[in-house]
Design a protein around this ligand. Structure first.
Ligand code: BTN
Length: 241
């Protein structure tokens, strides 16, 4: 069975994954790669724009067998670790960080973003669509997105999108099957701004806090200026960079 479908142009690889699932034509590990998305979608309902042919836009379908919804934060953390590890094996000189929960950063700028769309039933995960958007061969970004960086800008080299897609897909599937929390130490080592003060918006209040790590539920642990440590899920806080 073909495990990779490639499209020159499509609305969104996540939408195509959802259509294939709805039509009963999808399976665990099926991956969709597009060279141009006309309706790429980002987190929080935002649009995701990218330069055609230069950006890696892919979705991997995961079908965890009967995993409880409490596993969701870990799927997102494992996916980001899998991407970071795959890239580091390709080019060990790039210093990557994971901005909790799942953005990939390099030199304090965003290299890749992940949009995970889940289907849940009776407290179990039926499937997850792992959408990955990575800046690969872009030579520059417009001033509207000053916070972005590409692999090419980091390595001064062009990278083949199909090859990257395959190594990332393989790494995502490998980490997805990693047992227990064996991967957690590696994740902790890569946390962006760990042990540094960062600014957050928490329930409309701007606070400064030190990122201490991620707890056993996948929540970020922050130590505030009053010396109090609290943990938060990703929907409860917003980084201010
Ligand atoms: C983010 O906002 O940081 C997440 C962006 C995710 C974009 C990718 S590109 C491939 C996949 N298809 C989409 O429509 N979105 C994701």
């Amino acid at each position: 069975m073909e495990t990779l479908r490639t499209y020159e142009i499509i609305d969104s690889t996540n939408l195509e994954a959802a259509r294939l699932l709805a039509a009963g034509k999808a399976f665990h590990g099926l991956t969709i790669l597009a060279y141009h998305q006309t309706n790429g979608r980002g987190q929080l309902g935002r649009d995701w724009y990218a330069e055609p042919g230069k950006h890696l836009a892919m979705s991997v379908i995961l079908q965890p067998s009967h995993a409880p919804v409490s596993q969701l934060p870990f799927i997102s953390m494992k996916v980001s670790l899998a991407i970071a590890k795959a890239l580091q094996l390709t080019d060990p000189i790039i210093g990557l960080k994971i901005k909790w929960p799942n953005d990939i950063y390099a030199e304090d700028k965003k290299l890749a973003g992940i949009l995970i769309e889940n289907s849940l039933q009776s407290g179990k995960i039926q499937h997850s669509i792992i959408g990955i958007g990575m800046n690969v061969n872009e030579e520059y970004f417009s001033s509207d997105i000053p916070n972005a960086i590409s692999l090419r800008m980091l390595t001064s080299m062009e990278h083949e999108l199909l090859h990257l897609c395959k190594i990332i897909r393989n790494s995502v599937l490998e980490f997805f099957h990693a047992p227990g929390q064996d991967w957690k130490d590696e994740y902790d080592q890569m946390i962006f701004r760990r042990n540094e003060v960062s600014t957050f918006n928490i329930e409309g209040k701007i606070i400064k806090a030190v990122v201490q790590g991620v707890d056993s539920e996948g929540k970020i642990m922050l130590l505030d200026e009053q010396g109090e440590s609290k943990s938060y899920f990703s929907h409860e806080i917003k980084w201010i960079l």
